[in-house]
Ligand binder design. Structure first.
Ligand SMILES: Cc1cc2nc3c(=O)[nH]c(=O)nc-3n(C[C@H](O)[C@H](O)[C@H](O)COP(=O)(O)OP(=O)(O)OC[C@H]3O[C@@H](n4cnc5c(N)ncnc54)[C@H](O)[C@@H]3O)c2cc1C
Length: 382
């Protein structure tokens, strides 16, 4: 079936993205993985080339382009390039952090942060998870206490993507010790803040170049002017912005699943066993047929989600359906594709092997598969 998501402008943009990745990312990926660090200058070049932060208004240096299809094009090209660590950092900017900055900032904050974000000089992170609170954000224990013109933050975050690289960290902290859903607020904690320390760069099974870190706040002194939105509404803000993060996972998942599947089809056509290509075996053809069908059907849902998001109609439940289903499909398909590669699938120089470890986290971050099912199930049962 013909896919009707894109128009000529998106396809022209695809060329720009592809050319950028070929020139600025693919030649350096191996070094970044080895160094466990991405040269941050690439983000300024990416922002300048319009690879991310398109949504930011022109007066702050962006393009004022909210169409999520451009973001989808980036996901597809990143998948083609196997540039997962780079791609996740871009995704964190566009799918996580930027929306808080666009939706919740006042004029003074916009002036302060958006130009740097649009130029790629400021890298952001979002810090919700703590050692004792992941799926259940109501368990957050980091506190923020008002002290004159400042808030004093105490606590710890973990698993924070870009936690080391980030210049701006959106931090969820408890501002009312009595508890309840009105107990949280969001703060932008900037690089160099007194009492804010980065902990270990965590060792992961995949995404080696993408830093994931612990963050510590020991009487961290955050200006009152860095409160995002209204005091006490942090949990509501997190809940209302999570659908965008989940759409980001869905977009990455479908793009990557298709890219690996297509590579695998080529592999199976070229690889011979028992005197014929692997595709000469009915079992292999059935494997490919099942995957092709599931990918087409999942892609239709992902495309529909993108258009619904563009129209402001993607509900938290619909975003949860896409997130769990497509990321679980990704996990299954990549595992089957790896098997079809035989021993070569286990070699890190093959894209399927990289995808196997780099994308395993997709069913975990952004809310686990089980939590997505909770969201959907509770809605059905209410
Ligand atoms: C590489 C990586 C990057 C990340 N980046 C960020 C980031 O940038 N910012 C950030 O804030 N966080 C980030 N996270 C954290 C991530 O969002 C959490 O790990 C995730 O939400 C799960 O929380 P947890 O690890 O505490 O698991 P837990 O909540 O302890 O869950 C453990 C298991 O129990 C299941 N479970 C829990 N509750 C239920 C329930 N009610 N019903 C059924 N099953 C349940 C879960 O599904 C899971 O399988 C990242 C994590 C990783 C691994």
């Amino acid at each position: 079936m013909r896919r009707e998501l894109y128009g000529p402008d998106h396809e022209a943009y695809r060329e720009t993205v592809r050319e950028f990745l070929d020139r600025e990312v693919i030649p350096y990926q191996h070094d970044w993985d080895r160094d466990r660090w991405i040269d941050r200058a690439v983000f300024a070049r990416a922002a300048k080339a319009g690879i991310y932060a398109l949504q930011i208004d022109e007066r702050f240096g962006g393009s004022g382009e909210p169409d999520y299809r451009y973001r989808m094009v980036v996901c597809e090209e990143v998948a083609r390039a196997n540039a997962y660590s780079f791609g996740l950092t871009i995704s964190l900017q566009d799918d996580l952090v930027l929306h808080y900055l666009l939706d919740l900032t006042n004029d003074e904050q916009k002036e302060r942060w958006l130009p740097g974000f649009a130029s790629g000089e400021l890298i952001g992170a979002l810090a919700m998870t703590e050692p004792g609170a992941g799926s259940d954000l109501r368990g957050i224990r980091t506190t923020a206490r008002r002290d004159g013109d400042h808030w004093i933050l105490n606590g710890q975050k973990t698993f924070i993507s870009s936690g080391i690289m980030a210049d701006l960290v959106v931090v969820a902290a408890r501002t009312d010790a009595a508890g309840g859903s009105g107990a949280f607020s969001l703060f932008v904690v900037e690089r160099g803040t007194e009492g804010f320390e980065r902990g270990r760069k965590l060792e992961k099974i995949g995404l080696p170049a993408q830093d994931t870190a612990e963050l510590f706040f020991h009487d961290a002194v955050v200006p009152a002017a860095n409160l995002l939105g209204e005091e006490g509404r942090g949990l509501q803000y997190l809940m209302s912005h999570l659908p965008r993060e989940r759409l980001g996972v869905t977009a990455k998942a479908i793009a990557n699943t298709r890219a690996i599947f297509e590579l695998t089809v080529q592999y199976c056509k070229q690889r011979n066993a028992f005197g014929r290509p692997l595709t000469g075996q009915q079992h292999v053809r059935f494997e490919l047929a099942e995957m092709a069908t599931e990918i087409d059907i999942a892609e239709a849902y992902a495309d529909k989600s993108v258009l619904a998001f563009n129209d402001g109609e993607l509900t938290p439940v619909d975003a949860a359906k896409g997130k769990w289903y497509v990321s679980e499909l990704q996990k299954r398909v990549i595992d089957r594709c790896l098997q079809l590669h035989g021993g070569y699938g286990y070699m890190t120089e093959y894209p399927v092997a990289r995808a196997f470890v780099d994308t395993r986290v997709q069913t975990i971050y952004g809310g686990t598969t089980e939590i997505m099912k909770e969201i959907i199930g509770r809605d059905i049962a209410k």
